[in-house]
Design a protein. Structure first.
Length: 153
């Protein structure tokens, strides 16, 4: 589990990703202009996907550490994050890294992995992040191929 989480976010170990395709490798290669584009009229920007991942990590960290899930507005980020400036894009990436560090600290503090919160939370983080990593990489491929739509307020 820990190796898969590490591979998803930071370092390929040959479990399921190709070299250079971790989440952090991927977003570090994306410009603010690319992060501000969509590939269809009903898709989110890459910036929104990354901010959603950060938000999800924060929510799941609360879930696994406090054993509670507060009422959440899951739509807010999709409805509010679109076009970003270079500074905003750097801030989004920095906040994701901070949330990732906090989640890792929580996961590494587990003495036992026998409860639904520990295993369920870690699996949720892994699968949800992998899902969005795939979406981000697909969108980036389309954007770089010249088929994006610019985000239109």
């Amino acid at each position: 589990m820990l190796a898969c989480l590490d591979e998803t976010f930071t370092k390929v170990h040959g479990i399921y990703l190709d070299k250079g395709t971790t989440l952090f490798d991927t977003i570090d290669s994306i410009t603010a202009e690319e992060a501000s584009q969509t590939i269809s009229s009903n898709s989110a920007t890459i910036a929104a996907q990354v901010e959603h991942l950060r938000f999800y990590l924060d929510v799941l960290n609360t879930y696994v550490t406090k054993k509670e899930l507060p009422k959440i507005n899951w739509r807010e980020i999709w409805e509010t994050v679109g076009k970003v400036t270079p500074e905003e894009w750097e801030n989004i990436k920095s906040r994701l890294r901070k949330s990732h560090s906090e989640v890792l600290a929580s996961i590494n503090s587990f003495e036992d992995w026998d409860g639904e919160y520990e295993i369920g939370g870690a699996l949720s983080i892994l699968t949800h992040t992998a899902y969005h990593l795939g979406g981000i990489r697909q969108a980036l491929g389309a954007i770089r191929a010249g088929t994006p739509m610019l985000y239109d307020d």
